[in-house]
Design a protein around this ligand. Sequence first.
Ligand SMILES: C[S@@+](CC[C@H](N)C(=O)[O-])C[C@H]1O[C@@H](n2cnc3c(N)ncnc32)[C@H](O)[C@@H]1O
Length: 250
Amino acid sequence: MDWFLRSDFWELTYPLMFPSTRIERAEIDLAAVLRLSGVHEGSVLDLCCGPGRFSIPLARMGFSVTAVDSTEFLMDIARNRASIEKLDVEWVHSDMREFLRPSSFDLVISMFTSFGYCREHRENMKVLRNARESLKPGGRLLMEIMGKEVLASIFRPVTCEETDEGHLLVQRHSISSDWSMIHNDWLLLQDERLLGRWKFSHWIYSGIELRNMLLEAGFAKVDLYGDLEGDPYDSEAARLVAVAAAGEGG
Ligand SMILES: C[S@@+](CC[C@H](N)C(=O)[O-])C[C@H]1O[C@@H](n2cnc3c(N)ncnc32)[C@H](O)[C@@H]1O
């Protein structure tokens, strides 16, 4: 089975990927997402919503939210968080390659490198086409990923960090010889005991590659930024953020 469809991958890496600081951070990032996309009301599709970092504050703000993810474990966390606040979110358990709801959303978001997982390029293109078709005329897609140029500027083959639980996370990275993919090997250690090991690969995109894919998927206009504040995608960029507009004709 593909790594990204394995629940045990997301269960075991949950504390590493979604520490409370990152969940809280989304509230601040959301204001920037809305500013950058120019969408301030209406319906939002949170594609690959995970534990609802963005879906929940969006619902709190009064947006009509549809949240799609393929990992029940993460959606359960999101559902519980929403139910505590009695927030109304449509949770859809679906693969991003399959979810399509024509002309339904003012905004589609894909946050925290939730794109480029599928082995075949055509499958990743299908995700973009589905997103474009799911937008109302003039709607926007905002996608936030680790750009290839940014990765190249900070790349280290091995990193080691202490997690909030005091475990050691050793990450080994390599880049495919054509720079299309990053291969990751994560080891989580408690003292000398191995708690888990995950090997996974995904596509990495440069600014121009992502823009061309979005245009090929039918978007009318694509702007690139180096963060959610709208700074340029230049040598100082921290992330790659694309805001793609669906044409007024849909
Ligand atoms: C890095 S997490 C980001 C979650 C969320 N976007 C955020 O910002 O917190 C990637 C998410 O993609 C979901 N995912 C992975 N493959 C998927 C697929 N094929 N279809 C739908 N969701 C998928 C995972 O379950 C996970 O929630």
